[in-house]
Design a binder for this molecule. Sequence first.
Ligand SMILES: Nc1ccn([C@@H]2O[C@H](COP(=O)(O)OP(=O)(O)OP(=O)(O)O)[C@@H](O)[C@H]2O)c(=O)n1
Length: 386
Amino acid sequence: MDRLLTALGADEGLTRYVGGAVRDELLGLPVNDVDLATELRPGEVVERLTKARIKAVPTGIEHGTVTAVSDGHAVEVTTLRHDVSTDGRRATVAFTDDWQADAARRDFTINALFADPQTGEIFDYFDGLEDLAERRVRFIGNPLARIAEDHLRILRFFRFHARFGAGEPDASALEACTRRANDLMALSRERIADELLKLLAVEDPTATVGVMLQRGILTPVLPEIEAERLRDLEALVAAEQSAGIDPDPLRRLVALLPRDPELTGAIAVRLKLSNKSRKRVAAAASSDLDATPEALAYRMGTECAVDRLLLGGKTAEASALTKWTAPRLPITGGALIERGLEEGPIVARTLRKIEDRWVEAGFPGGREFEEILEAELSATRGGLGT
Ligand SMILES: Nc1ccn([C@@H]2O[C@H](COP(=O)(O)OP(=O)(O)OP(=O)(O)O)[C@@H](O)[C@H]2O)c(=O)n1
């Protein structure tokens, strides 16, 4: 990091930390991604990095962003800019050396703080420090205008409020988000899903999601969510906490949807979730809890079984399951052949039947397993007429 800061002239005041890293550092939270803002133009950023033998990737060069990869860490370096025109999805930008202008194009006051890497001095042009102390999430300037520039800010507002806000959301922001909720339809499904899942990943999103449902914010993108579902989300969050299981945004999404695997799967497709996530939410949406937790985990994988148990209010079982390791079936197809079974599809079929009975019996070993084995082998032999 030091090498990078030196290369970008931080000691001359040309480059500062910005955004989430400054905010999280001031709150004493762990900082994951570091963003830098710089007076240097993108071409000069690339030149200086190359000279210092730091890899420079022009990830968003038209918006002034270069990613510096140094010691395995990626840091986004963005030239100070102000937005010239925006259509709610994309912005045309102009570079500047005015720090306040760069702060002014950002979304919320708490996200527009700069920090001098050398002295630690904070540059706060829009009362972000005060809002941070009061745990207020406020747009910079007119909320309607800021949402018109980038519709995703509607969901970002709720995410940051859920994460950092205390009490009621800012009234003018809430009003603007409510009025413009339909604008979310203009965004790609991927961006909506990504932002929504980030919101659902915060420690406890219940109160904020409650406000969103009351205001119809999610109706344009997820009309399937009914207001009563908030109680399910609340119960799930409480179950996760008491089971000591990490919050999971996909599981929380399922809590908000009708408990219908087919419908949930279709929503996952609409939100363009990955195949893995689609399968997971569809499996979690089933309320079938007939099998034992271990049998569920063996069949569906522990993650899916934990989802289903937590969503079904079986907190202690879910917690116990996280420490459980799936046993292996104590016999192979080869061993069945050695015991006299003929090679062919019958081997796999018999193995499956043995496995079913073994799972049902609670994964026994030793004599009990031998009994299952013998019973199935003789049934198979009997079936074959041998
Ligand atoms: N629609 C957006 C997206 C981003 N930003 C600005 O770009 C910074 C970085 O954006 P991002 O990485 O999305 O957010 P972080 O604040 O870093 O939050 P997180 O910790 O969730 O990454 C924000 O702080 C904000 O200043 C913005 O103004 N409007």
